[in-house]
Design a binder for this molecule. Structure first.
Ligand code: GDP
Ligand code: IMO
Ligand code: MG
Length: 428
């Protein structure tokens, strides 16, 4: 057993960054396998607070190698900024951060198209992060994308940029009545990046397979969440990649037999940023309280996150799609003050009761709740399940029973030490 995949089980922002930073202490290599700077993975360390967008969340651990896999899309301008923040925390990323040569580049035209397309959609917009994610993946699948490795060849890069920009400027000017982008400006900017990032290029698949053969411990870091998955989420209100466990194989270049174990991360309640259906969303003071206590504002865009109660059939569905039996449950401490806590156990759909979540019917599912008496005492200092108040233990038991997953990791605060590990969990 040497590799573990970690995926989000709701609509993103489940606390993956915190859990990865915690686990990274026991891993040799951390690989991001999909998504791009739409992600915001928060890590607290000493007096520092990072929101990693593209750098894998294990970078703080000095011995950990971090890799951006080929299933990701990268914005080198954002990555450079992210890297420039690391030295102030005395984090040396030299020879520890690598990028797969096949990773597709987000170029300025992808960001422009993302922004103008959303504006044109008006109230039908997806509510994207405007980071150019969708347009970049579109070019990848249209086979006109430009990859990180192409930066090494000025001629190839220049030729592809010229061809693509002719199309993109036509779209920008004719459809969106926007200003065209300058080829020279982009070319020059990317020549600088070619020099800056030249030491980081690797064949990620080869690297990871070799590491696996040497019994190195590898953690595959998912971004976003299963309900934002292009195939398994609440389409079209999704992202353009595969955050689910299946995405690891193509996004890294490892076979399924080399993913030894999977864990999903779920918040003890539910949040969502952007548009799209959300059955347990609360529009009242309780929703506001979850938002303020939980600090539910996007780590990438700063947008307020929509909040609601824990939706158990939803997590049962996402756990099933990922084939997992264990979860890391985060932000239990945010529920500390509530007198009563609801858990969604099923829905009414067109006057019929159902216990099953279905992403395509999601906008018509009316949640049915059970109530659990709150514990109204702090769980933040708990370091073992025994330290938890009875009612909090009851809440966990209900979550386990309804999701059919074991809570292997319980998070009761944003810092590394605010973590309880189930003794059966073998990765710590
Ligand atoms: P990610 O995208 O899944 O990595 O999650 P984000 O970093 O976007 O959002 C999770 C937020 O919750 C961050 O601000 C974390 O610092 C914070 N967080 C994570 N786990 C806990 C926890 O157990 N308790 C509290 N209070 N905050 C947490
Ligand atoms: P992490 O990794 C929460 C959402 C956007 C929007 C939809 C599509 O931090 O959990 P995109 O820019 O990807 O085309 O936007 O997906 N979204 C996220 N929501 N957490 C994320 O990442 C997200 N990444 C994208 O808000 O609804
Ligand atoms: Mg996030």
């Amino acid at each position: 057993m040497s590799s573990l995949g970690l995926v989000g089980l709701q609509w993103g922002d489940e606390g993956k960054g915190k859990i990865i930073d915690f686990l990274a202490q026991n891993f040799d290599v951390i690989v991001r396998y999909q998504g791009g700077p739409n992600a915001g993975h928060t890590v607290y360390w000493e007096n520092f607070h990072f929101a990693f967008h593209q750098v894998p969340s294990g970078i703080i651990n000095k011995k950990t190698i971090c890799i951006i896999g080929r299933g990701c899309v990268i914005d080198l301008s954002v990555l450079k900024e992210e890297l420039n923040q690391l030295p102030q925390a005395k984090i040396d990323y030299a020879k520890r951060l690598f990028i797969d040569s096949k990773t597709h580049l987000i170029l300025p035209y992808h960001k422009a198209i993302d922004k103008y397309r959303e504006e044109a959609l008006g109230n039908k917009k997806i509510g994207t992060t405007a980071r150019g994610i969708g347009p970049c993946y579109e070019d990848k699948f249209a086979r006109i994308g430009i990859r990180f490795g192409d930066l090494n060849n000025e001629e190839v890069f220049g030729e592809r940029l010229k061809r693509n920009l002719a199309q993109k400027n036509f779209l920008l000017m004719e459809l969106y009545k926007a200003e065209p982008l300058s080829e020279k400006k982009i070319y020059d900017e990317y020549q600088e990046y070619a020099a800056f990032f030249s030491d980081m290029i690797i064949d990620g698949s080869d690297y990871i397979n070799s590491a696996y053969e040497k019994n190195k411990k590898i953690l595959f870091e998912g971004a976003q969440g299963t309900l934002l998955d292009i195939d398994h989420g609440t389409y079209p209100f999704v992202t353009s990649s595969s955050p689910t466990a299946g995405g690891i194989c193509t996004g890294v270049g490892v076979g399924p037999t080399r993913i030894d174990d999977i864990i999903g991360v779920a918040k003890a309640y539910t949040t969502r940023v952007g548009m799209g259906p959300f059955p347990t969303e609360l529009f009242d003071d309780t929703g506001k309280l979850l938002q303020t206590r939980g600090g539910e504002f996007g780590a990438t865009t700063g947008r307020p996150r929509r909040c609601g109660w824990f939706d158990a059939p939803l997590v049962r569905y996402t756990a099933r799609v990922n084939g997992l039996k264990q979860i890391a449950l985060t932000k239990l401490d945010i529920l500390d003050e509530f007198k009563e806590i609801n858990i969604c156990v099923g829905y009414t759909y067109k006057d019929e009761k159902t216990e099953d979540f279905n992403p395509d019917l999601c906008s018509e599912l009316k949640p049915e709740y059970i109530k659990i008496e709150g514990w109204q005492t702090s769980t933040k200092t708990a370091r073992s399940i025994k330290d938890l108040p009875n009612q909090a233990r009851k809440y966990l038991e209900k979550v386990e029973e309804l999701t059919r997953c074991k809570v292997s990791i319980l998070s009761v605060g944003e810092k590394r030490q605010d973590t309880i590990i189930n003794p059966d969990f073998k990765w710590v």
